[in-house]
Design a binder for this molecule. Sequence first.
Ligand code: SIN
Length: 541
Amino acid sequence: MMRTLDTPALVVGSGIAGMMAALKIARDMPVILATKRTANVSSSDWAQGGISCVMDPRDSFESHIEDTLGTGSGLCDEDAVEAIIRAGPEGIRALESFGVRFEQKVETPGGYDLGREGGHSFRRVLHAGDITGHAIIQALVRSVLDEPRITLLENAHAIDLVTTGWLQAPGENTCLGAYFLDTDRDEVFAVRSRHTVLATGGACKVYLYTSNPDVATGDGIAMAWRAGLPVKNMEMVQFHPTCLFHSRAKSFLISEAVRGEGGVLVNQKGEKFVEAFDPRGSLAPRDIVARAIDHEIKRSGAACVYLDITHKRAAFLKNRFPNIYDRCYALGIDMSREPIPVVPAAHYFCGGVEADVHGVTRMPGLYVIGEASCTGLHGANRLASNSLLEGLVMAGNVSRAVVRLDDHLPKDHFSIPDWESHHAVPSDEQVVVEHNWSEVRTCMWDYVGIVRTDKRLERAMRRIRNLRNEIREYYLDYLITADVLELRNLATVAELVIRCARKRKESRGLHYTLDYPEASPEAEDTVLHDPPGESLQLLNT
Ligand code: SIN
């Protein structure tokens, strides 16, 4: 008999959005918070720059909204932008109530030491040194562990959602919970919940080079898609311009805040090059800077470019960027004396599962928040440090939506069928997983990267479809493992990115194609909504 846990609310994912949502929902009902590793592992934990929020009386919501819309290149949903930005200060106070401490500066009106990043016309980034995400996650983990109404399940890897549609029950397709793989015990269990909140983050591991941790495999996006929900603007993948380029450093970001403090991008000869693309130079929005670097690397044949902040004193750099300074120093780079070698890397998914700013989706009982969702805040390009803000605000919003919608959900007690492995056996072909994992990521990097063409996208689609077929067979033949679940989700997300990219016959924001270098007069979302069928056939068969 399969273990089934019952709860009014299930939250999947333990980044800022997931943990804040669990803490807020727990005020009204018990919550299960499930996460596939330990609670402190997430992309949020790696966020360096901080949270953008209007906290200085000389700044204004209007200015933050305008910067967000400008960076989003015509594709933002203005109501979503307005709602999220105006709710920022309340979210910051909530974080502080859970023990997060942001850097203070008494002489600044508002009292916070605010950083500056690309695309912002004002200093408005709250930070905790250069480990803002880590400071937030530490505080939230402590609060979650102290909250008796939250049951934390670690090493619980979500497999798929359970829906009434999949059970072939009559009525509107409604979410009933999810199946999980307990990776400690190697067994499948289910959580039955009236409300399921996916806060599973993005999918940048789909690219060979990324600033994200290994967990960013798009699990929630792929699960929601398989359950029949539409996804939106998946082609809008943000490449962060400055990841450390070093053979011994994997996925280490050099925060945009370094450019905010005067760091300048130069080529091998020490010449500035971004200015030829945008008068804002190194502080132009990320799509422009990443493309300028890509162009410079291809033009010169160099392996990387450099970020020069040597005009700042070592004492300042050690104090403002202790983590970056130490990490570079340990690798033999003294950033106060020499420029830092950097390259762009996949950093953030602006697209995701279609949801409103409360995380409400088209499926009753299912909510998607944070990077896994597409609310319209980021449009075609995300303004720096708006992502923690979105996760934070949506967490508060979803907690209210869950209470508001509680009475509207069916009260029938569906039983969740036992997980069937059918003829699956333990794998003796792990090499297939390793190989396909790197093939998906290399294919995406080479053909669906910063600069795209129709031909590259077609090539990528052929390869990813073949890989998906192979992965599907593997998924059915062998007992599931965390690696296979992640690979299956990555390959699904890869296909969604390519399909959206092929639909967009223009260049806008993060999607740049040599075949259609101009933006169309009308900005339109790319929405994928497959007929049910693909979604259901693979679930638990
Ligand atoms: C950074 O510190 O550069 C990352 C901030 C962000 O992605 O918003």
